[in-house]
Write a protein that binds this ligand. Sequence first.
Ligand SMILES: NC(=O)c1ccc[n+]([C@@H]2O[C@H](COP(=O)([O-])OP(=O)(O)OC[C@H]3O[C@@H](n4cnc5c(N)ncnc54)[C@H](O)[C@@H]3O)[C@@H](O)[C@H]2O)c1
Length: 445
Amino acid sequence: MDPKRPFTRRDFVKTTGGAAVGASLLPLAASAAESSVGKKRRYAIVGTGDRGSKMWGRPVRENYSDLIDFVGLCDINPKRAASAAKWLGVTCPTFTSFDEMCDKVKPNLLMVTTVDAFHHEYIVKALDRGIDVMTEKPMVIDETQCQAVLDAEKRNNRKIVVTFNYRFSPKHQKIKEILMSGAIGKVKSVDFHWYLDTTHGADYFRRWHRLREKSGSLWVHKATHHFDLINWWLDADPVEVVAKGDLGFYGKNNSFRHTHCRPCPYKKECKFYWDITQDPEMVARYVNNEDADGYLRDGCVWKEDINIFDTMGALVSYSNGATMTYSLNTYMPIEGYRLAFNGDKGRLEIRDWERQPWEVTEESSIDIIPNFGKPEHVPMPKADSGHGGGDSRLQELIFRKPANVPAHLALPGSRAGALACLTGIAARKSVDEKKAVKIADIIKL
Ligand SMILES: NC(=O)c1ccc[n+]([C@@H]2O[C@H](COP(=O)([O-])OP(=O)(O)OC[C@H]3O[C@@H](n4cnc5c(N)ncnc54)[C@H](O)[C@@H]3O)[C@@H](O)[C@H]2O)c1
């Protein structure tokens, strides 16, 4: 996104089209009218790392200061919170205690961007304090946390927003529109294969994500994005999951290892050696704050404590009778996905090209192939912001609240957040227990 030209309401409507529907779940949401009488949202962030800073921090300060006042930043690492405030360009106080932050600066809108395992704690506390809450995906990492969030919403009669940015990229919206048009009839099955490469995929194994107690495993942390897309595209709920998973590449599968890259004696021979000191932003965000919490951002991908899967496959069945064959692989020479919807009138084929060792002319290619008749290649515009253009559109929808947003682009709430996580939680359970797992047996929604 061009920082000098933030994504506008007109852009949003132009790329989404459609009828007027109230899109926000946030009851006190700011509007131009509110801001003109000086009623800005009192905005706080808990978890001031990469996402808290780069998606929900600086761009919000730059593009929505007419609607939002930053009143507090909270993180268990006090040095990271302080360096985030500086990087964001805000002067609000920073805290290590969430309760102290709420008592002192009284936010009325909270963004939760901590390590996944702690989202539920802050969602529940904020709801109990009457604060509007948005959370990054995954909403939760297990069914107990899921129940706690749903219960907190119920007892406080409030709804949270789960910031599923992938839904808001133009290519994903186009897929939704094609499916809604009936061009391929009723979808009977889906083939969905996501490839993470030796750069992006490996990065999950360097960080806290490598521990299932922090991330719920990539079945939850990463696949949540994909499972939400499928639930939304199919307009259906997951019913049952049978899955396999393996840790066959990273972790224990190497002859050498160290704590992290900087002091590593195997720098020369390790294909995954990464010099974090070459990136000043990474140094400011992580390296300079290591002494406060011991967190090593350039952790070794061969560490023996890694307990997530790097190779995953599942068969998921849905409430509309469709099934999906899904896979997620994390050490590929390419980054992107292959996706196809098989309908009773034809097939919708998508190939997403994020990174590959050759030039491509399109970032994603979409073809509608009717069972009988002429195939159609659907041209796609290039993404104009992070995550396929989803990030800026989601921010605009949340903060600016444009009119004329179609119903299928309403902000996702806890039900969507839960169903996406629960697909991953069921997959993880299925691998562990070597059996098919029904979502209804994990939690009653
Ligand atoms: N939607 C997306 O595309 C997308 C992309 C990246 C990350 N995310 C999500 O954003 C969240 C943050 O990820 P990140 O990449 O910024 O990670 P990060 O490690 O850069 O930041 C996490 C921050 O949380 C802090 N933290 C850890 N435990 C805490 C606790 N108990 N209380 C308060 N703070 C705590 C850490 O100190 C750190 O500053 C994750 O939930 C992740 O899934 C979403």
